[in-house]
Design a protein around this ligand. Structure first.
Ligand code: ADP
Ligand code: ZN
Ligand code: MG
Length: 477
């Protein structure tokens, strides 16, 4: 098996977060009642004319600059002709031979160090509508809310060599698009979806093998599984003396297999030609310079700053800077509570764990930086112990409100009353005479055990510093 190498190239579609569609002024927001975000233009009524939304060009140029592309001074829109029920014009306005951005790259971390994944192009195009199947007596209904929502398509060279590299590349790309705020990249809502092209070849071979393509994938897990399955399938076919057919496949999540889609879409001729209803897109150097000036700090730069300014570890800086949302949460909360080290720990450990367990994206965290800062301050002041704080955090995820309010409501305030602490200490000491002799014999671990017992007894509410101090005092009496 190891004499083969897997080769992957991706076409990534990202929905742009402009307020209005690419050629009309309908809203782009997700989740509205079917066909309420429509007008004669995006419904393709005869006689209507498209007008290009300037913001779409700006966002695409931003994405190009953030991924080291050359920006075309001279670009245009082309018609890509095909028939499908969710495409009312029977053509999609896209870009053919003069895309807005070309020849960029995205850098990823691999086991052998940094690697540049080259981008062939980034072009703008309109999204199609959506077919809703089987809802009414087995028929299909068309929802055109998504028709005309602006997309950028980011096409990579076939530079990726494993499913891990693909995941790294996609995460990096997603992170960049989030930082520059051109797409919300919500994969479950289809804002970021990927066509995955896979081929295999013998190691050392320079010619590319025949590829197959899996369209519209929107989960990291499925993409990784699908690539691994498909590469192995292709190797088996070749080893058996067979030939790979260039075709579009469907990945089935349940069986974990790819299936042929029958209709050989790859044989399609789109008969591209320049859209006569739209003028050419001409960009001046000044325009491009201005967009460049507006680019925010990108993930790599932030990461560097976190290493230098906050002395985070490489691993922590990677995790936090990979998401603009986490990075903002970290910086803004740290500023309020003046304790970046503890904020970092909360984000890296408990918050990341909950995000993982609930498959939530950082942008969906239901509380804000002020509430996180408050949690840290409450621990610093000794109002709650860190074990209680963990419970407060869970509450903040489940039913977000002010941490102080949660503590009051639940009666979770830390016991810092000397009399109450002393009572617990004396009780635990009377129950554990062996620990006292161990401590006196120089076994420091005995102290930790006693504090642990007292914490258990008070359900984590006793102030651990006070417990520590008082145990030592009592045992030294
Ligand atoms: P299409 O739009 O018809 O799918 P493109 O030529 O634009 O065709 O290629 C699309 C993607 O396929 C690109 O990301 C490219 O890197 C990738 N690709 C092309 N050839 C191969 C191959 N042999 N193996 C893997 N990926 C490939
Ligand atoms: Zn419209
Ligand atoms: Mg393709």
């Amino acid at each position: 098996m190891n004499e083969y190498e897997t080769v992957i190239g991706l076409e990534v579609h990202a929905e742009l977060s402009t307020k209005t569609k690419i050629f009309c002024s309908c809203p782009t927001s997700f989740g509205a009642e079917p066909n309420t975000h429509t007008c004669p233009i995006c419904m393709a009524m005869p006689g209507t004319l498209p007008v290009l939304n300037e913001k779409v060009v700006e966002y695409a140029v931003k994405a190009g600059l953030a991924t080291n592309c050359e920006i075309s001074r001279n670009s245009k829109n082309d018609r890509k002709n095909y028939f499908y029920p969710d495409l009312p014009k029977s053509y999609q306005i896209s870009q053919f031979d003069k895309p807005l951005c070309e020849h960029g790259y995205v850098e990823i971390d691999t086991e052998d160090g940094k690697k540049q994944i080259r981008l062939l192009r980034i072009h703008i195009e309109e999204d199609a509508g959506k077919l809703n199947h089987d809802e009414f007596g087995g028929g299909s209904l068309v929802d055109l809310n998504r028709a005309g929502v602006p997309l950028i398509e980011i096409v990579s060279e076939p530079d990726l060599r494993s499913s891990q590299e693909v995941e790294q590349y996609l995460r990096k790309l997603k992170s960049i698009l989030e930082y520059i705020e051109v797409s919300d990249c919500k994969m479950q809502e289809g804002s970021l979806r990927t066509d995955v092209n896979v081929s295999v070849r013998k190691r050392g071979e320079t010619k590319l093998g025949t590829r197959t393509e899996m369209k519209n994938m929107n989960s990291f897990r499925s993409i990784v599984r699908a690539i691994e399955y498909e590469a192995n399938r292709q190797i088996d076919v070749l080893e058996d003396g067979g030939k790979i057919e260039q075709e579009t496949l469907r990945w089935d999540e349940v069986s974990g297999k790819t299936f042929s889609m029958r209709d050989k879409e790859d044989a399609q001729d789109y008969r591209y030609f320049p859209d006569p209803d739209l003028v050419a897109i001409k960009l001046s150097d000044e325009y491009i310079e201005n967009v460049k000036k507006e680019l925010p700090e990108l993930p790599e730069t932030r990461k560097k700053r976190y290493l230098e300014e906050y002395h985070l570890t490489e691993k922590d800086a990677n995790i936090i800077s990979s998401s603009k949302y986490l990075a903002d949460l970290f910086e803004k909360a740290s500023e309020i509570c003046n304790n970046p080290k503890v904020v970092n720990n909360w984000i890296i450990s408990d918050i990341s764990r909950i995000l993982n367990e609930t498959e939530m994206e950082p942008i969906e965290i239901p509380f804000d930086y002020k509430q996180l800062a408050k949690l840290v301050i409450l621990i610093d002041k000794g109002t709650i112990s860190s074990s209680i704080a963990k419970k407060v955090l869970v509450e903040m995820f489940e039913n977000p409100r002010d941490p102080e309010e949660i503590i009051k409501e639940k009666g979770w305030i830390q016991i810092s009353d000397e009399g109450a602490i002393k009572e617990v200490v004396l009780k635990i000491l009377s129950e554990n005479p062996q620990s006292i002799s161990d401590y006196k014999a120089g076994k420091d671990r005995a102290l930790g055990f006693l504090v642990g017992q007292a914490m258990k007894q008070t359900k984590g509410q006793a102030n651990p510093q006070m417990l520590n101090k008082m145990f030592i005092e009592e045992m030294n009496k």
